[in-house]
Design a protein around this ligand. Structure first.
Ligand code: DCP
Ligand code: CA
Ligand code: CA
Length: 356
């Protein structure tokens, strides 16, 4: 039998900020993508649980959050700091895993089939892991344990905040059945609206549906949905987690046609991308810029280097060349982005060479 856990940090960005601003602990606080909550164009990246009580949520415009609850600590994002904390969390999580797969900045699946004898043992071990993260870093997390990745994720949602929840294989269908379809892992807002239009309101409705009908309605995704609704997921914890690209985007304070401002934004973003690239031990081959215009239309332009590069200076150089070649002169931009892709790990290779 497989035993899989999902570790997800609670209100991660704000929890990180609480560490260095103890005065906001337990109070309404949000981390925003922008300095100014009022009038600005930023969004809420995450909200503390105290702020969520007032309806403040990830993705909400900061200006709206500010209208709802002015008396909130509004903190501009510091992505580098969160990545630093994330790396510390993941280093601890890894030591408790047979197999480890990070899936986002604050979330990782671990396979603990060998480390844990059974569900009770898994519960004990995951409580220890949780305690270790709390004691060493001062951060809260929630952990779900079950028979596969899908169910571990669903269990972790049930564990929030600050808990560990085990869902045994024979409890899986029951655990899912009453939840709305939108709560099913991987089902976004659009899919959930479509599902509801077809009359599938709960995950249980979907589990009982005729799979043939689901495939007619949703193509190959229908089969996946049916499996997921029944708690079935064969996918393995993917140990060699591969980042396929690293990117950053900036929305300008005011739409701009100033080349200087664009170049400056490219420089800052390229630096961040370069850092992340180095931390991950990656070399890159393709540099892409994304230009978003005031009417929200977008263009992306890429250049492929002749070799994989670890020279992070090259990111900004190529990005600026692309800008000069493709940006329409005088045309204003709302937003600009830089991405590197076609990545390969070079750290592992280097280590192998060193051992040889
Ligand atoms: N995040 C973001 N934009 C979003 C959602 C999330 O920038 N629309 C960032 C901020 C979050 C982090 O990613 O802190 C992790 O996202 P989660 O969805 O796991 O949410 P939280 O960790 O904030 O809260 P929870 O306790 O519900 O997991
Ligand atoms: Ca989280
Ligand atoms: Ca998460």
């Amino acid at each position: 039998m497989r035993l899989i856990a999902l570790v997800d940090m609670d209100y991660f960005f704000v929890a990180c900020e609480e560490l260095r601003h103890p005065e906001i602990r337990g109070k309404p606080a949000v981390v925003g993508s922008d300095q100014k909550p009022e009038g600005g164009r930023g969004v809420v990246m995450t909200a503390s649980y105290a702020a969520r009580k007032f309806g403040l949520r990830s993705g909400m415009p900061l200006s709206m959050a500010y209208r709802i609850k002015k008396d909130t600590a509004y903190i501009p994002q510091d992505f580098e700091y969160y990545e630093e904390m994330s790396a510390k969390v993941m280093a601890i999580v890894k030591t408790h895993a047979d197999k480890f797969e990070q899936v986002s900045i604050d979330e990782a699946f671990i396979d603990i089939s060998k480390k844990a004898k059974d569900y009770d043992d898994a519960l004990k071990l995951m409580k220890q892991l949780k305690k270790e993260i709390r004691e060493k870093l001062g951060l809260p997390c929630s952990i779900g344990v079950s028979v596969n990745k899908l169910m571990a994720k669903m269990a972790s949602e049930g564990a929030k905040p600050d808990g560990v929840k085990v869902v045994r294989e024979d409890e899986a269908k029951e655990f899912l059945s009453k939840k709305p379809v939108g709560d099913l892992y991987g089902v976004g807002r659009k899919t959930s609206q479509m599902l509801e239009q077809f009359g599938y309101r709960t995950i249980g409705d979907l589990a009982k549906a005729n799979p043939v009908v689901l495939v007619e309605r949703f193509k190959s995704y229908g089969a996946e949905l049916h499996n997921a609704a029944n708690g079935v997921d064969e996918s393995e914890v993917q140990e060699n987690w591969e980042v396929k690209s690293i990117s950053r985007e900036r929305t300008f304070e005011r739409d701009t046609s100033e080349r200087n401002e664009m170049v400056e934004a490219i420089g800052a973003m390229s630096k961040e991308v370069g850092e992340e690239l180095k931390n991950g031990g990656f070399a890159f081959k393709v540099v892409t810029i994304k230009l978003r215009y005031p009417d929200f239309s977008e263009t992306m332009r890429s250049r492929s280097l002749s070799h994989r590069s670890v020279d992070t200076e090259e990111i900004a150089q190529v990005a600026v060349q692309l800008l000069d070649k493709y940006a329409e002169r005088e045309e204003k931009l709302r937003k600009i982005g830089v991405r590197v892709s076609n990545l390969a790990k070079y750290k592992g290779q280097k280590r192998m060479l060193e051992y040889a």
